[in-house]
Design a binder for this molecule. Structure first.
Ligand SMILES: [Zn+2]
Length: 269
């Protein structure tokens, strides 16, 4: 958390900041993991204009007029919040002060990262599942190269960038595929359903502004600070023992690679 739909929702919420000029980069946490000297960031980025704010996988890229670039990865609990004036948000580690408002990087558990590298997105990042290049054929060539269980395969950001624990379980339920099957054992029809499951669940989750669970400071919020609504529509994730929405079989849970996987024994074989 947050995964692709949550990051996409944040990026959409930040679009009003495009075209604004950086007045100051305030780093409020000397322990913030940053890819460059802290002192340089403010001097280098000041007066540059925000040209675009885009997403690939779970990464956010802010492109600046002077060729500068800010890459943010929220990881488990980071948030980007836009606001008009000074606010009393807790755990703000970095604040981008713009001529048209502010963006605060809230990072309670210090797991999120900010990088001022001009390179943009990490080179190792896999294909974004909402890009036009993500076709059933492309997915087929990716899965054929892996013997991993399909659920763990879907979490590998170097192959497909953006899926995490929630949406990989949900996509597999939609595709009626057992998460423990090996990736290269999937048939053509499985792959077509999986492609549809991945794209479908991500788009639907974006339509509902992502998934939020609790009310803690670590929980996902959009750029305006509001909760997502997709949690009400989850079919398997976090529903162990509850009835499948299609066949009423109790939802199962297992641990794969240290992460919880949820599935329906009735629908997924
Ligand atoms: Zn079922």
């Amino acid at each position: 958390m947050p995964e692709l739909p949550e990051v996409e929702t944040i990026v959409r919420g930040l679009q009003p900041m495009v075209g604004s000029r950086i007045v100051r980069v305030a780093i409020l946490d000397s322990r913030l993991e940053i890819g460059r000297q802290l002192d340089d960031a403010d001097a280098d980025l000041r007066n540059q204009t925000v040209e675009s704010i885009t997403r690939r996988g779970k990464y956010i890229h802010v492109a600046l007029s002077g060729g500068g670039s800010i890459v943010v990865h929220l990881r488990m609990s980071g948030r980007l919040v836009s606001h008009c004036t000074e606010s009393d948000l807790p755990y703000v580690r970095l604040r981008l002060e713009l001529d048209r408002g502010m963006v605060s990087f809230v990072n309670p558990r210090r797991l999120g990262t900010v990088d001022f590298s001009p390179d943009g997105f990490p080179h190792t990042l896999g294909i974004d599942p909402l890009s036009p290049e993500f076709t059933p054929d492309r997915l087929a060539s990716l899965v054929q190269a892996s013997r991993m269980p399909i659920k763990q395969f879907l979490l590998d950001q170097q192959r497909i960038a953006g899926l995490g624990n929630i949406y990989s379980s949900e996509a597999l339920w939609r595709a009626r595929i057992d998460p423990r099957r090996s990736a290269n054992g999937l048939a053509k029809a499985d792959i077509r359903r999986l492609h549809r499951g991945i794209v479908g669940v991500l788009q639907e989750a974006i339509d509902h502004m992502g998934t939020s669970f609790g009310v803690s400071v670590s929980d996902y919020r959009n750029a305006e600070g509001a909760n997502g609504r997709f949690q009400e529509r989850l079919a398997v994730y976090g529903r162990q023992g509850e009835a499948c929405r299609v066949c009423e079989t109790p939802i199962s849970r297992c641990v794969q690679g240290g992460r919880s996987t949820y599935w329906c024994d009735g629908c997924q074989s």
